[in-house]
Design a protein around this ligand. Structure first.
Ligand SMILES: Nc1nc2c(c(=O)[nH]1)N[C@H]1C(S)=C(S)[C@@H](COP(=O)(O)OP(=O)(O)OC[C@H]3O[C@@H](n4cnc5c(=O)[nH]c(N)nc54)[C@H](O)[C@@H]3O)O[C@H]1N2
Ligand SMILES: Nc1nc2c(c(=O)[nH]1)N[C@H]1C(S)=C(S)[C@@H](COP(=O)(O)OP(=O)(O)OC[C@H]3O[C@@H](n4cnc5c(=O)[nH]c(N)nc54)[C@H](O)[C@@H]3O)O[C@H]1N2
Ligand SMILES: [Mo]
Length: 741
């Protein structure tokens, strides 16, 4: 049977290994009919999917990250391959707002002329590109090249700005390189202490949890989360710790832990002297953060702050200690400084240089690591090079065979790019590849308005996402099991994605789309549609850069060889970084003193009946990101059909909110109305919303597009909201009664 492939899951950066097989008795994927997609101009895409037979069978495969395990999303991922809502022809929006099929030639001509029009009227930077961390390395690399050489625009950025940008900026500043985990995941298995800040892997990367078991059983797992998340709950049996700070106070907490390390003589002084710079400034900066003061600022008891410092230091001496950060601490306007504080703490303890300890950040999207290395970022060229660096520009000009002046300068980071849509001097014609910005970006109402003010919006997707529904032109692309390519997982390990079945006849690869558009735009250089040829070019492009892939090829990946970058030609790759030196020119790690900044005072509620609370947002096990994919999986949608706001029972009682009753969560940016889920896992002053749902359940109607000054990360995890029960006539009970009658 040819329709079988050893590949990896389409979703997160754990990149669990799976085998896809096509049972002989199953019919092949349906061929496109004349009008195969629901022609809905508005936001209806969370309608339950009709039960479709699985195109392929999924089985877990042994691999160091997942050891054969998969989560519910992985097990059900293949049901989307022949989903009835699959888009299989280019669709053009008519004046009536309805999308209708057109030919590929027509579609590409329209897109090319929209680019030429915008360019002629407003200049090349009026064309923009928004990419995604789910794209393969080949597509991400080509998207950066296509934007800069074919579209001739500087305006490219991507959804990784919402994800890894703060940790990436902190890692670059401290270590001189940004590889999420500078060690293989299996290294955690033998650690005695693991401090996890703002990460809920039990729901976001379930097979990861097996790597925490050793530390958990040794009583050394410490989870920092304002909610009692599934991961926080996992600490309990082994005698680990759950620190439950006020949302947004992790920086202060980390300064408190560092204070204890310094004042109790737990610093690895030999390491700090030999291998780091900036120590004395850090000592001065933490001086006023003694544990009792930090307790009053964060709500974490001083004893637990001391205990955390001591366990980390003990683990560093015996067994190994790791500090890991996730989006809970990074997705803030002080995310870079908070990640920096976590890195400083790890450097004080000598973790990053050691053979059995370390610091890492948990990359989120399937190719969140590779997607941030090869040129989708506004300020970046392939190989993690800076677009402002003359040597990098000269190198890329040689690889691409163009004069250096052809390569534009830095563009705008994602939030600023989205704010510029339709503005004078802003982007007028936008291409979106692999992001559902209507649901996933901060201040989503404003982003939707921006999309609607564009002259022309092109969205490449395989489903009618809420963003695709806004598009003038939708170009149907391939799903993961239909394409070849590579991804780089959260460990910096490059993996092969393999084609297991033929795509529907009308869908095209994004490499093909870019190649055809480049022709129409008379672009310089070459745009191959063959993934391996593109990878060969990426090898040359990345050679000598920080993320050097030049020693990696498809053949060795197909043999299952482990390829951790940097992997210069002639080397054997680098599973563990920093053993001998950090990536700054002098080989030292840099500690940067950081202190908490004052936050903006939120607007007061115009509604005296509403209670002002803190909103944190995040994920559920069943849904992936904007939900564009997982809301179409029958089983996952049945399990989590709608947004529910998590409220503490005490707070709920004071507001007259009952389990399942409708709640309004609002602020100056928008309003969410959804049912309440009462839980003592959340603080009484805080509510939690997942961001996987559209429309009235969309958490990002409430989040602020204020950004971290260094990374451009928006404020996803600390927003003030006004919460109140929705008046009786709208109660869920009433709704049910109405439906029944
Ligand atoms: N099921 C599922 N899995 C996923 C994804 C998905 O959408 N769904 N997405 C993937 C991607 S792209 C990513 S980036 C990862 C994200 O993986 P995680 O970082 O684990 O995900 P989140 O749920 O966003 O946030 C983690 C925790 O941060 C906590 N938190 C919120 N505010 C704060 C705070 O101020 N301080 C602290 N210490 N904690 C806080 C939340 O309560 C939450 O439990 O997951 C990946 N895996
Ligand atoms: N409030 C709040 N908002 C958040 C977050 C949060 O914690 N809280 N987390 C943020 C984070 S960490 C992330 S990573 C973002 C992610 O949010 P999004 O950028 O919206 O990511 P997805 O939902 O994965 O969207 C991917 C879209 O591209 C399509 N797609 C998948 N693969 C491909 C492909 O190969 N090519 C093309 N062309 N399309 C493809 C899918 O069908 C889907 O419509 O959300 C961010 N938004
Ligand atoms: Mo992410």
């Amino acid at each position: 049977m040819t329709n079988s492939a050893d590949t990896h899951c389409p979703y997160c950066a754990l990149q669990c290994a799976m085998t896809l097989t096509s049972p002989a008795e199953l019919a092949p994927a349906p061929q496109p009919g004349p009008v195969p997609v629901p022609l809905l101009p508005t936001l209806h895409s969370s309608a339950p999917a009709a039960a479709a037979p699985a195109a392929l069978e999924v089985s877990g495969r042994d691999f160091p990250t997942n050891r054969g395990g998969l989560c519910r999303k992985g097990w059900t991922s293949a049901t989307l391959l022949n989903h009835p809502g699959r888009i299989t022809e280019p669709l053009l929006k008519g004046p009536d707002g309805v999308h209708r099929p057109i030919s590929w030639d027509h579609a590409l001509d329209l897109a090319a002329s929209a680019v030429r029009d915008a360019r002629a009227r407003y200049g090349a930077d009026a064309v923009g590109v928004f990419g995604g961390g789910g794209l393969t390395n080949e597509k991400a690399y080509m998207l950066g090249k296509f934007a800069r050489l074919a579209l001739r625009t500087s305006r490219i950025d991507y959804n990784g700005r919402f994800c890894m940008s703060s940790a990436a900026a902190a890692g670059m500043r401290a270590f001189g390189v940004d590889r999420g985990l500078p060690f293989p995941l299996e290294a955690l298995d033998t650690a005695s202490t693991i401090l996890m800040l703002g990460s809920n892997v039990a729901e976001t990367m379930p097979p990861f949890v097996q790597h925490l078991k050793g530390a958990r059983d040794a009583g050394g797992l410490i989870v920092v989360d304002p909610r009692r998340s599934a991961t926080a709950a996992f600490t309990a049996d082994g005698g680990g710790l759950h620190l439950q700070p006020l949302p947004g106070t992790d920086l202060t907490l980390l300064l408190g832990i560092s204070h204890v390390v310094i004042h109790e003589g737990l610093v690895d002084t030999a390491f700090v002297e030999e291998r780091t710079a900036g120590y004395s400034a850090v000592v001065r900066s933490v001086n006023s953060f003694w544990p009792e003061r930090v307790q009053s600022l964060t709500g974490v008891p001083a004893d637990l702050i001391r205990e955390t410092a001591r366990r980390l230091a003990a683990g560093a001496r015996q067994g190994g200690s790791y500090i890991l950060t996730g989006r809970g601490v990074e997705q803030h306007t002080d995310g870079t400084d908070t990640a920096t504080a976590a890195i400083n703490l790890s450097l004080l303890l000598g973790l990053p240089g050691s053979a059995r300890s370390g610091y890492g950040t948990l990359t989120g999207q399937g190719n969140g690591q590779g997607g941030r290395e090869h040129g989708q970022k506004a300020d970046q060229l392939p190989g993690y090079r800076k677009i402002t660096d003359p040597a990098a520009r000269a190198h890329m000009a040689r690889v691409w065979g163009v004069p250096e002046e052809t390569i534009p300068g830095p563009g705008l980071p994602a939030v600023q790019l989205l704010k510029s849509l339709g503005q004078p001097d802003g982007v007028r014609c936008l291409f979106i590849h692999a992001s559902n910005v209507v649901v996933a970006s901060p201040d989503a109402n404003a982003v939707t308005a921006g999309l609607r003010s564009l002259d022309f919006l092109v969205v490449c997707d395989f489903f009618m996402s809420e963003t695709a529904a806004e598009a003038d032109l939708i170009l149907p692309v391939l799903q993961w099991a239909e394409e070849e390519g590579t991804l780089t997982n959260l460990e910096g390990r490059v993996l092969r994605r393999r084609r297991a079945l033929a795509p529907p006849a009308g869908a095209r690869s994004e490499l093909w789309i870019m190649a055809r558009l480049a022709e129409r735009l008379d672009a310089p250089s070459t745009y191959s549609e063959d993934p391996e040829t593109v990878f060969e070019e990426l090898r040359l492009a990345s050679a000598g850069g920080l993320a050097d892939y030049s020693g990696i090829d498809y053949a060795m990946l197909d043999r299952g060889e482990a390829a951790y970058w940097p992997y210069p030609a002639g080397s054997t790759g680098t599973p563990r970084l920093f053993r001998d030196r950090f990536a700054h020119p002098d080989g030292k790690a840099v500690m940067t003193a950081v202190v908490p900044r004052r936050r903006r005072t939120p607007a007061a509620s115009p509604d005296p009946a509403a209670k002002t609370m803190t909103l944190i947002t995040g994920r559920l096990l069943e849904h992936y990101q904007s939900g564009a994919q997982t809301r179409r999986v029958t089983e996952l949608l049945a399990s989590q059909p709608e947004a529910m706001v998590q409220v503490h029972p005490a707070a709920a009682e004071a507001m007259g909110i009952m389990a399942g009753s409708l709640v309004s969560v609002a602020n100056e940016r928008g309003e969410v109305v959804c049912k309440a889920e009462l839980s003592t896992d959340i603080r009484p002053d805080t509510v939690f919303l997942p961001f996987h749902f559209p429309g009235l359940g969309s958490a990002n109607r409430l989040t602020e597009a204020a950004t971290d000054p260094t990374s451009g990360m928006p404020e996803f995890k600390f927003n003030k909201v006004w919460v109140r029960a929705v008046a009786a006539p709208l109660s869920s009970k009433m709704l049910q009664t109405t439906e029944a009658s």
